[in-house]
Design a binder for this molecule. Structure first.
Ligand code: BES
Ligand code: MN
Ligand code: ZN
Length: 514
């Protein structure tokens, strides 16, 4: 009876085949019939309590009294755990506060994440979540489930983690619509989790060659994957990427992954893929920074994760991910401070600091993306500067662009999913700091490190509309947050997936229309 009731959901799950086998399960149905260990109910700050289709008026009155006695006011993110009244077939009730305004998707995700954190400490296995009669409840239910799932991620490569998968049952008016939204979000999750897995892997395990192997696995989803090895990079004159990679036994590569879901000119995403950043001869002096530098390929992982998210949901978008990959090491073959490299663009660069390596590999990556693919626009993602971390910390990503539409669209998407962007200046004055005595330019300036780095990149984008996202500090969390446990966050996959599906599905769509 149960499998019949949930048949449409299982069909959707079969289409989506890349979730770990023993993950939690999510069901959407118009009404809940079985009994649960925990029932979740939502209340806003105006006092509206949802769930009247499942619960009797008497029960709701009892709950309202208990909530009042416990000073639960329905504030956004407030949780209250109650023992269930006698006439409910559950052990426990959790009230979740919705606040007093319309929530963004990201805020709904965070409510789901907060619930998942609370439930992780409880033995509950079967959870009923009452979203019936909530306005736009289908969207809410799907986003709430998304938040639970993002928080429930565990990295299991290096130790066994005991997983007690929970089963979530949503009572929702239009179950088919809710589960369709949810399938799309699960596609995004598969991209987030790929990026997290790759970024959490040690630099010993995640190097250019093994990164390329991960990219090749997307071929089974219909993604076109190309790998350019040292010989091909030499033929393209990518002296900057080759230079950064020359100190490592593991050869640098350029990986290209394209999801061609439409015949439009592609959108290019370019990701910094430094699989380990020792700093080179300008070696990172403090143990606390260098030990986190396995995550210096997070930009490339975010790009690959976004390509996966688009492929899994078969999005009608043509998007190409360009990922220059290198390991920045110290050896007798490594770049010396003061060496000059020649970029594919034809501009020579004096390497005044071997620790400013990300902009070097991106120079060749941006050149490749724009000359080979002639994209409509380019967005690069990079853990580029410590300066960005000092300016904005972990909550915001640095956005650099002079293209009004890209700025507006990306900022909107960031706000909506909760991967927020803050604009920092791009200005010719910062480029002036990059003048070299012996080459066309040098790779470091004096002031405003994040803006100088952005202006360095600007040299290599030609006329293509472009935005640069500096995700330094966003890629790893040492405390965990509502949507990610401690470790890699996969930051940027949700932002870029939202941006692509909201704004790039129909080329004429713009923010003014919404
Ligand atoms: N990968 C680092 C930036 C970074 C720092 C990312 C902290 C995440 C956390 C980058 O390659 C780097 O070393 N940048 C230098 C550039 C400087 C030498 C001009 C920096 O920002 O300190
Ligand atoms: Mn560096
Ligand atoms: Zn770096």
């Amino acid at each position: 009876m149960r499998s019949q009731l949930f048949a449409p959901v299982f069909l959707a799950a079969a289409w989506f085949s890349t979730l770990p086998a023993q993950a939690e399960s999510y069901h959407f149905t118009p009404s809940l019939q079985q009994s649960f260990t925990t029932i979740v109910i939502f209340q806003n700050q105006q006092g509206t309590l949802y769930g009247s289709d499942t619960l009797s008026a008497k029960t709701l009155t009892q709950l309202a009294r208990a909530a009042n006695a416990a000073e639960f006011r329905g504030k956004q993110g407030q949780l209250l755990e109650l023992l269930a009244p006698n006439d409910i077939s559950a052990d426990r009730i959790i009230l979740v506060g919705l606040g007093d305004k319309k929530l963004t998707s990201g805020e709904v995700n965070e409510l789901g994440g907060a619930l998942a954190q609370r439930l992780a400490e409880l033995p509950s296995q079967d959870i009923g979540i009452l979203v019936e009669s909530m306005p736009e409840g289908e969207h809410f239910a799907a986003q709430f489930a998304h938040g639970i799932e993002l928080q429930s991620y565990r990295f299991t490569r290096y130790r066994d983690v005991e997983l007690k998968p929970k089963h979530y049952h949503f009572a929702i008016d239009d179950a088919a619509i809710a589960s369709r939204y949810h399938s799309q979000l699960q596609a995004v999750e598969s991209g987030v989790f790929l990026a997290r897995d790759m970024t959490n892997a040690t630099a010993g395990d995640m190097y250019p060659g093994s990164f390329a192997t991960e990219a090749q696995k997307l071929r089974k989803l219909g993604v076109k994957v190309e790998i350019l090895d040292r010989r091909k990079l030499q033929a393209l004159n990518m002296g900057a990427l080759l230079g950064v990679g020359q100190g490592s036994e593991r050869e640098p590569l350029l990986v290209v992954a394209q999801w061609q879901g439409s015949d439009d000119a592609p959108i290019a995403l370019v990701g910094k893929g430094i699989t380990f950043d020792s700093g080179g001869y300008n070696i990172k002096a403090t143990g606390t920074t260098i030990v986190r530098m396995k995550s210096d390929m997070a930009g490339a992982a975010t790009v690959l994760g976004t390509i996966k998210a688009m492929a899994v949901q078969q999005a009608p978008i043509n998007v190409v991910g360009v990922m220059p990959l290198a390991e920045n090491m110290v050896s007798d073959r490594a770049l010396r401070p003061g060496d000059v490299v020649m970029t594919a663009e034809g501009k020579s660069v004096e390497v005044t600091n071997t620790d400013a390596e990300g902009r070097l590999i991106l120079a060749d990556g941006l050149w490749y993306a724009r000359t080979i693919y002639q994209p409509q626009m380019m967005v690069d993602v990079a853990t580029l500067t410590g300066s960005k971390v000092r300016a904005l910390g972990y909550e915001y990503t640095g956005l650099f662009s002079d293209h009004p539409q890209l700025i507006e669209q990306l900022s909107y998407s960031g706000q909506e999913v909760g991967e927020k962007l803050w604009r920092l200046p791009l200005d010719k004055v910062y480029a002036d700091e990059l003048k070299s005595d012996i080459a066309d330019m040098k790779n470091t300036g004096r002031t405003a490190g994040a803006s100088v780095a952005a202006m360095f990149l600007h040299t290599f984008v030609g006329e293509t509309p472009w935005a640069h996202l500096d995700i330094a500090g966003n890629a790893l969390t040492s405390t965990g947050n509502q949507l990610a446990p401690i470790g890699a966050t996969g930051h940027g996959v949700r932002l870029l997936s939202h941006w692509l599906t909201e704004f790039q599905t129909y080329p004429q769509a713009d923010t003014a229309a919404r």
